[in-house]
Design a protein around this ligand. Structure first.
Ligand code: GDP
Ligand code: MN
Length: 390
């Protein structure tokens, strides 16, 4: 789960990481009054979950309250397009107004959960700012890393090693090392999967300040972080994914056009490979789970067909705990209530298989029966070749 920059900065503050003074506004008038209170030049920052806002015109430095109001008026309610949003952009509902700071240097500080190391890895670079992706791609040697022992956190010597690697003088080095250690504490304490401060800046006079902050949390750990769950902004998430999570379905939208419904994550992964091998591409990942009910199947089906990219459907079910006759009933109801008119390939084996197939056949609906995975792949590629998949 992602959160907004202003929310991430509140958490940073809690962990002793300095951030600029500021406040969040939903209206241009509020933006003006916050700017007035701060005094002097301010930055107006669009709050959306996607990054790349600087490049997309979502971060503007202005002279004072009047200009802050004007920029806020233009941003609020607009669709902000950045290199990281979808082409239609993301709607701006809030802007963060902060004191503008004069910076000497922009550094990068990030923490990811590294699967290969099976541990968090802290990354730092002297080349922070808006081109960090470019730096990572062309000169990865500019990025320093420290592997964190999860039981110990980032050790003081590791923080120092990072800071001196960035060519910082003693006092600043201490500041940056401290921020890195605190950031690491935050990462573990709040079960993050990714945390980023870009840029982490050195202000004239020797202070270290987090100008931007991004946090991404492990969804599987949210149950133990009520205060994090409260920060969720459903408007920023894919609507079908939100709908699916209400019904305890694991749904992730993908780029292709074959909608698939599967039970079990392993089978779902195998199914997506199978679709690719058949020369097609999955439109989604949808795992209805081992013990799905008839209602869950119906909801799942509705979510599948609400995706406008879907041109054919592949149902791949292994009835272990799940009874295939239940699935069949949910499926038939789903088709009848949505009035779906797309080809559906079904591979369904296991518990109550005969009864399941009887229900599908007696429904009078047109299911394309696949005997096994291989047969399913051939039938999917057949749909494409015959032009049945428009
Ligand atoms: P992002 O593009 O979505 O990552 O948004 P950022 O919050 O990182 O802002 C983009 C850029 O705007 C930063 O890299 C900074 O260079 C600049 N910026 C943001 N806040 C300030 C500020 O208070 N003062 C100055 N001078 N620049 C700022
Ligand atoms: Mn940034």
């Amino acid at each position: 789960m992602k959160i907004h920059e202003y929310q991430a900065k509140m958490i940073l503050k809690e962990f002793g990481i300095p951030v600029p003074k500021g406040g969040v506004a939903e209206t241009p008038e509020k933006a003006r009054s916050i700017a007035k209170e701060l005094g002097g030049p301010v930055v107006v920052k669009a709050q959306i979950h996607a990054g790349g806002r600087g490049k997309g015109g979502g971060v503007k430095v202005v002279k004072g309250p009047a200009e802050a109001e004007k920029v806020a008026r233009a941003l609020l309610g607009s669709q902000l397009v950045t290199p990281q949003t979808r082409p239609e952009g993301q709607r701006v509902k809030q802007v963060l107004i902060e004191e503008a700071v004069e910076t000497d240097r922009e550094l990068y500080l990030g923490i990811v959960l590294d699967r290969a190391q099976a541990a968090p890895v802290v990354m730092a670079s002297r080349a922070g700012g808006m081109e960090i992706e470019e730096v990572a791609a062309t000169s990865p040697d500019q990025i320093l890393t420290e592997v964190v022992n999860p039981a110990l956190g980032l050790m003081a010597y590791q923080g120092r090693r990072l800071a001196f690697g960035l060519d910082l003088e003693k006092e600043l080095a201490q500041g940056v090392a401290g921020v890195a250690q605190n950031f690491c504490r935050l990462f573990t304490a709040r079960d993050c999967t990714l945390a980023e401060i870009n840029p982490l800046v050195l202000v004239r006079g020797g202070q270290v300040l987090a100008l931007d902050a991004k946090l991404d949390f492990d969804d599987n750990a949210l149950f133990r972080h009520e205060e994090v769950r409260a920060l969720r902004d459903l408007d920023e998430e894919a609507p079908l994914e939100v709908e699916a999570s209400k019904h305890n379905l694991n749904y992730i939208k993908l780029e292709g056009d074959v909608g698939c419904m599967v039970n079990g994550a392993g089978l779902a992964m195998a199914t997506m490979d199978l679709i690719q091998l058949a020369g097609a591409a999955p439109a989604n990942f949808l795992d209805v789970g081992g013990g799905a009910t008839e209602e869950m199947v119906e909801h799942a089906f509705r979510i599948l067909v609400s995706d406008e990219d879907v041109r054919a459907i592949f149902i791949n079910i292994f009835g272990g705990i799940m009874q295939t006759d239940r699935l069949a009933r949910g499926l038939v109801r789903g088709i009848q209530t949505t009035g779906l008119n797309l080809p559906i390939v079904v591979r369904m084996v296991g518990t109550n298989e005969k009864e399941g197939w009887r229900i599908l056949k007696e429904s009078g609906l047109n299911f394309i029966q696949a005997a096994d995975m291989k047969d399913a792949a051939q039938k999917i590629s057949g749909l494409r070749q015959s032009g049945e998949m428009r």
